[in-house]
Design a protein around this ligand. Structure first.
Ligand SMILES: Nc1ncnc2c1ncn2[C@@H]1O[C@H](COP(=O)(O)OP(=O)(O)O)[C@@H](O)[C@H]1O
Ligand SMILES: [Mg+2]
Length: 259
């Protein structure tokens, strides 16, 4: 874990008079799991959107693997190796699970030139390897038995896992997850933890926005805390869980009841 993969510098996003994200800076090393936590409205999703080019930042820069990806567009960000899931499920409900995964793979065609530039291997699709690759991704996410089911017919927890499968199909070097545990029952949450641990062990770099503190504290190497658009703390799970400002602003708040 010595090379800086993601560098966020002074990232700011305004919506009219509201500063949703103010001057956020942090870095992520290759292979690291970073948690981004904070109360509702803190700017976590805005940070995600500004990093992945879904909304242009008002100011600040984002570098991924040394490439300036500030302001997107999202296709360029994905092609550089940075994939994301959405806070709500975002699959195509009438298409099968396998077809949804295939859509993720298709992003690599448009991105192949950038993929080559960034030195990534195996990003190009070969028609003969597509079914095997879909099988492999469904294997990792444990969705094999749902291969030909319509995505919309899956239980909610599996739809969220399918969102991760689609992101994995882009062959990312880093994955950003926006509240993957939200709405999951206990068993689904355990299942998700297993999957994220596996991705971590496979060397994937992760940025995790999550309210489920047990999950965050368990998985993350480092945590960044946002409150009202400002970074108020950054540190190891141990440091963050003992930080008085974090306890005051978030961990000790009445609506915090997820751990
Ligand atoms: N598209 C938008 N237009 C206007 N305000 C927005 C928009 N998206 C987010 N905001 C505002 O920005 C702030 C941060 O929101 P968000 O990033 O969604 O927070 P979080 O994900 O931490 O709950 C909130 O006050 C929210 O209302
Ligand atoms: Mg959010």
């Amino acid at each position: 874990m010595s090379s800086e993969l993601l560098a966020v510098r002074g990232l700011t996003r305004r919506f009219g008079g509201l500063i949703a994200l103010n001057n956020l800076s942090f870095s992520v090393q290759e292979g690291e799991i970073i948690g981004l936590i904070g109360p509702n409205g803190a700017g976590k999703t805005t940070a995600f959107n500004a990093i992945t080019g879904t909304v242009p930042p008002s100011s600040g820069t984002v570098h991924f693997n040394g490439i300036n990806i500030s302001g997107g567009p999202p296709s360029r960000v994905v092609a550089a190796g940075l994939a994301r899931t959405f806070q709500s499920t975002s699959t195509y409900p009438n298409e099968t699970v396998a077809e949804n995964v295939y859509r993720g793979m298709l992003s690599r065609i448009a991105g192949s030139a950038v993929g080559l530039l960034t030195g990534r291997r195996n990003r190009n699709l070969s028609p003969t390897s597509i079914p095997a690759e879909i099988d492999q991704i469904l294997g990792v996410t444990d969705l094999q038995s749902w291969r030909n089911a319509a995505a919309g017919s899956l239980p909610y927890g599996l739809q969220k896992k399918l969102g991760i499968a689609v992101a994995l199909a882009t062959q990312p070097r880093m994955l950003l997850l926006d509240e993957p545990a939200a709405g999951l029952n206990h068993e689904e949450c355990r299942d998700l933890t297993r999957l994220l641990r596996r991705l971590r062990d496979d060397g994937l770099t992760l940025l995790l926005v999550e309210h489920h503190m047990a999950l965050v504290m368990d998985l993350c190497h480092r945590i960044v805390v946002l409150v009202q658009g400002e970074k108020i703390a950054e540190g190891t799970p141990e440091q963050i869980s003992q930080d008085p400002a974090v306890i005051e602003a978030y961990l000790g708040a009445p609506d915090y009841a997820h751990a």
